[in-house]
Write a protein of this length. Sequence first.
Length: 464
Amino acid sequence: MKDEQPGFDLTRLLAERGAERYELHTRHLNHQLPRMLHTLGFDKVYERAEGAYFWDAEGNDYLDMLAGFGVMGLGRHHPVVRKALHDVLDASTADLTRFDCQPLPGLLAEKLLAHSPHLDRVFFGNSGTEAVETALKFARYATGKPRILYCDHAFHGLTTGSLSVNGEKGFRDGFAPLLPDTAIALGDLDALRRELKRGDVAGLVVEPIQGKGVHASPPGFLREAQELLHRHKAVLIADEVQTGLGRTGDFYAYQHEGGVEPDLLCVAKALSGGYVPVGATLGKDWIFKRVYSSMDRVLVHSASFGSNAQAMAAGLAVLAVMEQEETVANARRTGDLLRERLAALVGRYELLHEVRGRGLMIGIEFGRPSSLKLRSRWTMLQAARKGLFAQMVVVPLLQKHRILTQVSGDHLEVIKLIPPLVIGEPEVDRFVTAFTAVMDDAHSGGGLMWDFGRTLVKQAVVNR
């Protein structure tokens, strides 16, 4: 008689091997990630999470103002989303047969489209970059034109197609040749006109608020760009992977500007509930009907795990919670409060230059101070690597005040706040109090911040 094989025990595996987390990453994954975390002192061990908070083994709480780069719109482990996933697993659905029509994708598409009534159909993939890839393919095929325009400093993903419309040079370096797409400055209608006159533009892909640096498109730009694109038989693609689902105080960020109706719309991140990766490309009926023009083309664009039951259940639960808990209104109300309280500090600190954003997507920008003592230290940091001062603020926020944030992009003196949309006034109070203490330390001319700054300078020089 054979010995019974022990079953897989995840709890036991984590108990036995969980302490090896940083060593495992160093040996088997991206070895630079643990190196970076050790350098910044971000190498924490979080034991559990709920809502907008983490806890370590000692029971200390940490306020999450990063939300997994926007994934955790409802915070971590929302009970309604958890229940939906338990329910769909217990249902043992006949999922991903590829040759039937399950109800959950249709129900989720119906719910999403209700928030953009000018759009008609949805393609479900597995991530934000896949949603963008879908939009690029659909725009090219539907218009019969090859070229996509994008904006400087844009971020649309890191797969090869979406990388071709990525406005950050650091992400593109070494991965050429990419698709022959063209960058324009955000808000530059004259540049848009010039490119459209060439007659080969399929569309413009744009973030209504750019994640890198938190720069909103200028008032009127999206509406006028849409009119120009349609005049030249091209389409407007709104990338709402980060801004969508209430982040900016509207369900979609493009809705802040009247008269804007994108032809294609990309969402992901928060739709997952923080559990199951999902991306969605919403579009107009004529675009989908050109792509899927016959039964021969029924699978011309598809995804092996697209529309899986777990992702669809998570998405439906997320939208239900947003409606029941009025998440969009909370993002607008709490975001206004946080931005106003931070903006009030600009005149108080010479290193603090601007606070901008919309809803719970806020950029805090630092700049060259006026006083000689601070200016010399600022110049030292800038000579080593632009962006080091912002990192100097991020580190004590975590180390001293147990608040997780991050810089808005490489070589940017901007911190981006994208917390879970469920935070309220207590979290605003905690962040503003901590940020004020960090800025007081920075402007005192002494303290640990500048000591850490010198460490960052040395590290930046070594990495060159």
